[in-house]
Design a protein. Structure first.
Lengths: 249, 247
């Protein structure tokens, strides 16, 4: 067990291996998003109530799902970093935070645009909207806290503690806001239950969700690789990489 | 065999004697609590600041909206709660700041007692001098906002329960930012999203009390939030203090 964890936690090993995965992540992600967008925007049938405006679901739902998954991934990374001091976990958490914030913003923004034709307003103080807004603030707080420390290790540990506190608090925030006020419809997307929408609408959504996950993974891995190089520019393997391409890796 | 057991007992007695000489868990807790309370009472002007801030913010609303008693009594629960929350937030920066500057905090974390317990003592002292006075003063401001008389008790009890949660959760943020020179704005950015459940249930309970609805489940939920934060927050704050001292 331990050798595997240490191998996984080694920046050099991760850099080498992720260099092989990355083209696949980018390629399959781009393919899925292209197919999903074309299918969803052009071929899926229009909704019988909302008409074509429902098509914004193909951006809105994947962004919201990835925004929440990103926080779970950051919490896991923070726990690994705090317990086992594996720096790679912290690099991944740091790389994912701005993406999570961007996805949250994307979900809020696309939701606001969708709100105009369906609810007749850009914004309502509804449970889901409010809890996503608070999630955005928590992401921004974690990023600001990491940046505020002079020492990188201090910022990393502070961000990890705040992420773990946030992950305990997020369900409480979510349910408190749900009891406070609800207008938003229930979850549209579930793997385990039979979808309420017809297959021709649901399949492109599934493809888009998978595409967003792969895109998120690709960007996170790429940012983590950059961070590895940025943190140890004088390591022997990094210098070898800079000098002669992939020799010695 | 018998001799071995005897040596073991003797050794244990020795250890017990050493441990007896050290201050215990309760002694450490109460000494920190008394010290912090004494320090806070010696600076009376600072002690009054959260209360004055609370009263001032509440005064601003009738000026900004309209001095209409039906309007004010409608928004009074939320308004009092938001004002109290902001008053707690403003006082948080002082929770660890002085001890951090003069090095007391390092001694506190070096003490043989678990850091979480000593941090809890500091949080309790903070609550006794911030949340408790705010809760006691709230009916006065409630009357000025023409909040119905029968909901005053609930207003006070939600503020008592809720402000303790606010102090506990806020301590994590204060501990994370104590090492930073300009931590004030960052502190509110970190802590305010985490405060929303307390605000929702606190103000919601008072609003229900005004309408005369049953309150037991809401108060129970506020108690549950207090219990959870009592369990987790001192340890998270202690971990954050350790890293603030390292960094």
């Amino acid at each position: 067990m331990w050798p595997i964890i240490h191998k996984l936690g080694s920046p050099k090993w991760f850099y080498t291996m992720s260099g092989r995965w990355l083209p696949f992540l980018w390629g399959i992600g781009a393919l899925l998003i292209t197919v999903g967008s074309l299918w969803g925007l052009a071929f899926a049938p229009p909704d019988y109530q909302q008409g074509d405006s429902f098509r914004i679901i193909y951006v809105h739902v994947p962004a919201a799902i990835v925004a929440q998954s990103c926080f779970a991934m950051m919490a896991l990374c923070s726990l690994i970093f705090l317990v086992w001091r594996i720096k790679l976990a912290d690099m991944a958490a740091g790389a994912a935070a701005p993406l999570g914030a961007a996805m949250t913003f994307g979900a809020l923004f696309s939701g606001a645009i969708w709100g105009v034709p369906t609810w007749g307003t850009w914004w309502v103080w509804d449970a889901r909207l409010t809890s996503m807004l608070l999630l955005l603030f928590i992401y921004l707080g974690i990023m600001a806290l990491r940046g505020a420390f002079a020492s990188r290790d201090g910022g990393a540990r502070a961000a990890a503690i705040l992420t773990l506190v946030g992950v305990i608090n997020l369900p409480i925030i979510k349910y408190s806001v749900v009891w406070w006020n609800t207008l938003h419809q229930g979850a549209t997307f579930s793997i385990t239950e039979k979808p309420a929408m017809p297959m021709s609408m649901w399949l492109p959504l599934l493809i888009m969700v998978l595409g967003f996950y792969l895109l998120f993974a690709a960007v996170t891995v790429a940012r983590t690789r950059n961070e590895i190089i940025r943190r140890q520019p004088s390591a022997r393997w990094v210098r070898a990489l800079a000098k002669g391409g992939r020799h010695g890796l | 065999m018998v001799r071995g057991a005897c040596t073991l007992t003797a050794e244990r007695a020795d250890t017990d004697r050493v441990l007896d000489a050290l201050p215990g868990l309760w002694q450490g807790f109460s000494a920190t609590l008394i010290r912090d309370c004494r320090l806070r009472f010696r600076r009376r002007s600072e002690l009054a600041n959260p209360l004055i801030f609370f009263a001032l913010v509440v005064t601003l609303f009738p000026l900004g909206l309209a001095p209409d008693s039906t309007l004010l009594s409608g928004i009074a629960p939320g308004l009092l709660w938001v004002a109290a929350l902001l008053a707690v937030l403003l006082s948080l920066d002082g929770l660890f700041r002085d001890d951090f500057d003069d090095g007391t905090l390092e001694q506190l974390l070096l003490a043989p007692q678990p850091a979480g317990v000593l941090v809890l003592a500091k949080i309790v002292a903070h609550w006794l001098t911030t949340g408790l006075p705010l809760a006691l003063a709230s009916p006065l401001l409630g009357i000025m906002l023409s909040l119905p008389g029968h909901s005053m008790g609930i207003l006070m009890s939600t503020l008592l329960l809720g402000s303790a949660t606010l102090s506990l959760v806020g301590a994590i943020g204060a501990a994370l930012t104590v090492g930073l020179r300009r931590g004030g704005v960052l502190l509110s950015l970190l802590i305010l999203p985490l405060y929303t459940p307390v605000l929702i249930f606190g103000a919601g309970t008072v609003r229900l009390a005004v309408e005369g609805a049953p309150l037991a489940p809401w108060l129970a939920l506020m108690g549950a939030m207090l219990a959870l934060s009592l369990l987790a927050a001192p340890w998270a704050a202690a971990a954050a203090l350790k890293l603030s001292l390292d960094g």
